[in-house]
Write a protein that binds this ligand. Structure first.
Ligand SMILES: CC(C)(COP(=O)(O)OP(=O)(O)OC[C@H]1O[C@@H](n2cnc3c(N)ncnc32)[C@H](O)[C@@H]1OP(=O)(O)O)[C@@H](O)C(=O)NCCC(=O)NCCS
Length: 186
């Protein structure tokens, strides 16, 4: 079952159909979807419902998705793990009005704390399109390192793009973990 993770400003919790409208509002923005692999542009409420209906309460940790909720405001983004050849691949996004306030640092920290605590995994993989400086900077803060380059399809752009493949080891995370602390978990 997806836990609820509390941070100073955020709650990370299970996705629900009630999130469809807010997720659509933020994802129907090329500035967001153009940095993601599997999000179409334009993005409709039906796309959100399809994504939400794929969520399973009994998903294993490496397939767990969290909606990121800003206290007193509601859903503003997502952090999720998906299985990638037996390893967890982490992906994330925030609605554009909420960028640049350290919120994803806070959310990703909570999700990675949780993932490394409930699994014995030694690594989490991720990556960024070659032009995504904000996400690359974010990952670097956590101790992710480049493991190679690949071509990856971006649905919103309808293009194959150069992708920087990255990974974060448990050891690197313990050394580099950014400051904000998760204050409670249920
Ligand atoms: C990537 C994203 C999640 C970052 O969220 P955020 O809450 O703004 O991130 P944070 O503020 O916690 O941290 C971002 C870091 O990148 C830095 N940064 C932002 N823009 C940058 C840029 N153009 N070049 C270099 N660094 C940049 C910030 O200064 C910050 O580092 P700091 O804390 O050392 O100052 C958000 O921009 C987003 O949702 N983008 C669209 C979707 C996306 O790219 N998802 C990831 C796909 S791999």
């Amino acid at each position: 079952m997806t836990p609820c993770l509390e941070t100073p400003r955020l709650r990370l919790r299970s996705p629900g159909f009630g999130d469809a409208r807010r997720l659509t509002e933020f994802l129907d923005n090329f500035a967001v979807s153009g940095n993601l692999a599997k999000v179409p542009h334009p993005y409709t409420i039906e796309d959100a419902r399809t994504w939400l209906s794929a969520w399973r309460a009994d998903a294993p940790p490496r397939e767990t998705r969290f909606v990121v909720e800003l206290r007193d405001e509601g859903a503003i983004g997502m952090v999720g793990f998906r299985d990638c050849d037996g390893e967890a691949m982490v992906g994330y996004w925030l609605g554009e009005p909420h960028w640049g306030q350290g919120l994803m640092t806070e959310a990703l920290c909570a999700a990675l704390d949780w993932y490394f605590a409930v699994t014995d995994a030694d690594v989490v993989v991720s990556g960024v399109f070659h032009f995504n400086m904000a996400s690359a900077a974010l990952q670097m803060k956590f101790g992710f390192v480049e493991t190679g380059r690949s071509m990856s399809h971006c649905l919103a752009r309808g293009q194959e793009l150069e992708h920087i493949d990255t990974e974060l080891t448990r050891e690197a995370y313990e050394l580099s973990r950014p400051k904000p602390k998760r204050i409670a978990a249920q």
